[in-house]
Design a binder for this molecule. Structure first.
Ligand code: ATP
Length: 581
């Protein structure tokens, strides 16, 4: 138990730890205040028995009980406030730290499983830590503190009853550790069930369009209901595992109380104990099991606190990419790849690849699906660290840059645009937080967004529906172009849209891209014939290697992947034209 408490306090921020320590101190005070009731009750009982009940005694007792009540209320209020503030503040802080920490993790962490896990930890786990854990830790601590104070006073008044109480406490702790062990086995199963359920729900909601269109509702519902029932079973088992032990502990506390009362009465009858002390022992016996009952029902949850802290710490243990670089300001956006090799786990994707991208030129990357085009673009902005070789920006290795100073140089326009559930203005300003409204409007005009934004009910203040659902694909793309323009980075990495967009949208999109890419270094995964024809260099990838490299005119003459690519594009273009005619 002590290790759990220590772990929890180490986990809290320094400022909150102070709050918890203060609340423990106040807990000790509260236990002493509670113990004030023992002499007060004994005083009045003694007066009754000895027939010496007077108004003075009554007022003395009322005074002690009132003082104990008022102090108890005040101390409880203060401790509750300290614990609540400490709990919620720690969790808010941890959420911010997690958000910051994951920025520096390699992209490999962000697969589907990590989404469920991350959501579960930042929501449910931290929520339970801020709320339940704080209470569990504090109630358990309070229970033990009160028991400690009572045991100490019992020992002072009569060591024999004190020893009975200590023996009872030792027996009480035995099932406590067994219960925590069994709960400890169930806790990871319950945590996994929580994470799985969140994961399945996220996938279900994210993929609802596919679920509907492929009519696989029942199949998805089956996965969902399996996760729901697994969580139900884990919750029930978790509770059932602790119930018998809590009952055993309740019996032990009650038996200890009975033994204390029996022994006190026996000593009194034998003449080795005063009636007053005997009555105080009886009252103490009652107070001990009152305070221990709280401990037994809450201490089974201590393992959950332990595991919750462990889960959050696991995120912080994830090794960020080497971020020891310096804040460098490159004077040119010249990129150089030198014998770059990269694998996803053990699967080689990019093999010994070298080429340069001079500043303010257009490089088109083409190649069959799965040849490594996206991976290559990600490597250039250090989304992943390479296994071998060098990537240099303005002559410096990417690893020489601090992550922030490196990423300042890149803007991305991906095919799958992610817009935040926020106003259109804020989505565009995501590229430069301090931009003014006029600057937002200016880039929106250049990115051909202004007209459709103004047609929306709240214009720039329109909140985009979840995952940008209220905008068309072309509109979302153009917002992402405006966002990239706002950032105004010297290197643009662009994954050209392959989707069949209508001619009007296509023209708007191309105009927006032309505005974005003026005077920049462009690296694009090209799908359109016109784009590759205009590129300064074309890199043709196949199975992670460069198989052709050069300008359109040279490559078009050679047999190979590039010529096949342009033939396919020309055919597609002629079908499109025929369809329009
Ligand atoms: N995060 C990842 N983890 C493991 N393997 C991955 C990951 N991302 C991509 N891959 C694999 O790496 C290979 C190259 O993928 P990549 O997306 O770079 O190819 P691409 O040429 O851009 O494909 P496409 O044209 O279809 O988008 C593929 O086989 C893909 O399955």
């Amino acid at each position: 138990m002590l290790s759990t408490l220590k772990r929890f306090f180490d986990f809290c921020t320094k400022e909150d730890r102070k709050k918890f320590y203060l609340s423990i101190f106040l807990g000790l005070l509260k236990a002493m205040i509670a113990a004030m009731r023992i002499p007060a009750i004994a005083l009045i009982l003694n007066a009754l028995i000895t027939n010496k009940l007077s108004m003075t005694v009554i007022w003395q007792v009322i005074g002690i009980l009132l003082l104990s009540l008022v102090l108890n209320i005040l101390v409880t209020l203060k401790t509750t406030m300290l614990q609540t503030e400490g709990g919620y503040h720690t969790c808010a802080q941890k959420r911010i730290e997690i958000a910051e920490h994951i920025r520096y993790l390699p992209m490999g962490y962000f697969n589907q499983n990590s989404l469920g896990q991350m959501t579960s930890i930042t929501t449910t786990t931290l929520e339970s830590l801020s709320d339940i854990a704080t209470r569990v830790v504090m109630v358990t601590m309070q229970g033990f503190l009160t028991t400690f104070v009572i045991t100490l006073s019992v020992l002072i008044y009569d060591w024999r009853i004190g020893l009975i109480l200590i023996a009872g406490l030792l027996v009480f702790l035995l099932p406590n550790s067994l219960m925590r062990k069994q709960a400890g086995v169930m806790t990871p199963i319950k945590q996994k069930a929580d994470t799985d359920l969140i994961d399945v729900i996220l996938k279900y909601v994210q993929g609802i369009a596919e679920v509907k269109s492929f009519n696989i509702t029942k199949q998805s519902a089956k996965t969902l209901s399996t996760a729901i029932f697994a969580k139900r079973d884990a919750d029930i088992k978790m509770t059932l595992v602790t119930v018998p032990w809590i009952a055993v502990q309740n019996i032990i506390t009650k038996l200890t109380g009975v033994a204390m009362c029996g022994a006190a009465i026996w000593f009194y009858l034998q003449g080795s104990m005063d009636l007053l002390i005997c009555m105080m022992m009886v009252i103490s016996a009652y107070m001990v099991y009152e305070s221990l009952d709280g401990v037994s029902s809450f201490s089974s949850l201590l393992r959950a606190v332990d595991l919750a802290v462990e889960l959050v710490e696991e995120i912080f243990d994830l090794q960020p990419m080497n971020t020891k670089g310096q804040d460098l300001q490159p004077s040119s956006s010249h990129l150089e790849l030198d014998q770059v090799t990269f694998s996803y786990k053990d699967r080689p994707i990019i093999k010994n690849l070298s080429f340069t991208i001079p500043e303010k030129t257009r490089t088109a990357i083409v190649g069959p699906s799965g040849s490594g085009k996206t991976t290559l673009c990600h490597l250039m902005a250090r989304f992943w660290d390479i296994d071998k070789g060098h990537i240099r920006l303005d002559g410096h290795e990417l690893t020489e840059y601090s992550y922030d100073s490196l990423i300042r140089n890149f803007s991305f326009v991906f095919q799958n645009v992610y817009l935040f559930e926020d106003t259109i203005e804020n989505n565009i300003k995501f590229g430069r937080q301090e931009a003014s409204h006029d600057q937002v409007v200016a880039v929106a005009k250049k990115a051909r967004c202004h007209d459709f934004i103004m047609a929306l009910p709240q214009g720039y203040d329109t909140v985009i529906g979840e995952a940008g659902a209220s905008l068309s694909g072309g509109e979302k793309q153009r917002i992402s172009i405006a966002r990239a323009m706002m950032k105004d980075a010297p290197i643009i990495i662009l994954d050209e849209a392959t989707a069949n967009i209508d001619p009007e949208n296509e023209a708007e999109l191309m105009a927006a891209i032309d505005e974005l890419t003026q005077d920049k270094t462009i690296i694009m995964i090209a799908h359109r014939l016109k784009t590759v024809e205009n590129a300064d260099q074309i890199i043709v990838l196949d199975k992670g290697q460069i198989v052709q490299q050069g300008k359109h005119v040279e490559l078009a003459k050679q047999a190979g992947i590039y010529r096949d690519f342009i033939t396919t594009k020309k055919e597609a273009l002629s079908w499109k034209l025929a369809a329009r005619a």
